[in-house]
Design a protein around this ligand. Structure first.
Ligand code: DHB
Ligand code: MG
Length: 223
């Protein structure tokens, strides 16, 4: 096939894959609905992407998961559902109103006992986690300007073998467009360059074409 995918075609494929492999769950639908009702941005990960996170956590045997950027708790619920008994998700959210919506949705999903929501900027909250047990998986999905800060903390709060996932590393192709120079895209590029150059990481990235359009995820292992 040499045909380029139209938006219609990839949306159809995304819906097909979501129906076939992810399914629909009233609790997760309710979390999205609560987020929409609260007027929060519709920037949660697509269902196929959420399931990737969930499977990566299970593949890694993750007991302790760190998320930077809770939003309405959609990905948080998926991650919490990956945990073995006694596992924990620590998720950081800068916006108190978002954290309140997430708290209610996470509790309604029945995983509230496994999730700590820490309210504050990542740069302020992450240092307070020093001295705890290392995290087995870290998901970075917050202000893109701070990606290198979050990656540095992921390495510090992880251990050799910790899986690190960074959302939104393609941004409609802007990552490879020299004319794209917003603070967000500069942050994305700096994060990818850090993953390439910093000996604490070994990484790759995949483009994604899903309900949210053309974007991508970086996936790294802490050395
Ligand atoms: C934006 C942020 C995200 O984490 C995302 O997945 C999509 C968009 C944004 O800030 O525009
Ligand atoms: Mg994102």
């Amino acid at each position: 096939m040499t045909e380029q995918p139209s938006a219609d075609a990839w949306q159809r494929v995304d819906a097909y894959l979501t129906d076939a492999l992810v399914g629909h769950d009233p609790v997760l639908d309710a979390a999205i609905a609560a987020q929409r009702e609260a007027g929060m941005p519709a920037i949660e990960v697509a269902p196929v992407n959420a399931k990737l996170l969930h499977l990566l956590a299970r593949l890694a045997g993750a007991r302790r998961v760190l998320e930077v950027g809770t939003l309405g708790g959609y990905s948080t619920i998926w991650l919490a559902r990956s945990l073995p008994p006694g596992g924990r998700v620590v998720t950081i959210e800068a916006e108190p109103a978002h954290a309140a919506v997430a708290r209610a949705s996470i509790d309604r999903a029945g995983v509230g006992d496994r999730v700590d929501i820490l309210v504050g900027l990542g740069a302020d909250v992450l240092p307070t986690l020093v001295g705890g047990e290392p995290f087995d998986l870290v998901f970075i999905d917050a202000d893109k300007e701070s990606n290198t800060v979050y990656l540095d903390w992921a390495a510090q709060l992880g251990r050799p073998g910790t899986v690190v996932v960074v959302d939104n590393v393609v941004r409609g192709g802007a990552v490879a467009d020299p004319a794209a120079q917003t603070s967000q895209i500069l942050g994305v590029r700096a994060g990818l360059e850090m993953l390439a150059a910093d000996p604490r990481f070994d990484a790759t990235a995949l483009q994604t074409l899903d309900a949210k359009g053309w974007d991508g995820v970086a996936i790294a292992l802490v050395a």
